[in-house]
Design a protein around this ligand. Structure first.
Ligand code: SF4
Ligand code: SF4
Length: 138
């Protein structure tokens, strides 16, 4: 989601951002997990490819790492004049390229990331250890 191209001329940072990070995912808010079933549900979700989970401040989100169909090979937006408001409002000043891991409080990129977080931060007992399966995304 980017307002990629109008602000791009100010800093040229978008030309260096390949592929455009902000056009390669979408995310939506979810309820904060409260019990074991909630955490199991999140472990199941993050077991799927191209899925990560993050906490921004106090809020939880699921992130789907999936390229927008309108991002062209030259890193420009094919529907720039009609791009959705999320893209119009996106700023290059504090974006995925300039922020440190998007500025998230936590970013779980694998089943193991989330499992370790649960073990270290909750009283829910998950007997199994990390699976060794790697991250779902960069
Ligand atoms: S519509 Fe355009 S600016 Fe928005 S995510 Fe897709 S390629 Fe990026
Ligand atoms: S993440 Fe930032 S630098 Fe990269 S294309 Fe989007 S607005 Fe430009």
């Amino acid at each position: 989601m980017a307002n990629i191209k109008s602000t791009r001329d100010d800093t040229h940072q978008c030309e260096k951002c390949l592929p455009a990070y902000c056009c390669n995912y979408f995310a939506f808010g979810i309820d904060e997990p409260e019990n074991r079933r909630d955490y199991e549900s999140l472990l199941w979700k993050i077991a799927h490819e191209n899925t990560s989970i993050y906490i921004y401040r106090q809020d939880w989100f699921i992130m789907i790492h999936n390229r927008c169909n309108f991002l062209m090979p030259d890193n420009k937006c094919a529907i720039y004049e009609h791009r959705p408001y999320m893209c119009r409002e996106h700023s290059t000043e504090s974006c995925e390229y300039t922020g440190d891991d998007y500025g998230f409080t936590e970013h779980f990129k694998s089943y193991d990331d989330l499992l370790i977080y649960i073990k270290e931060n909750t009283n829910f007992r998950f007997k199994h250890g990390p699976t060794g399966v790697g991250p779902n995304c960069l």
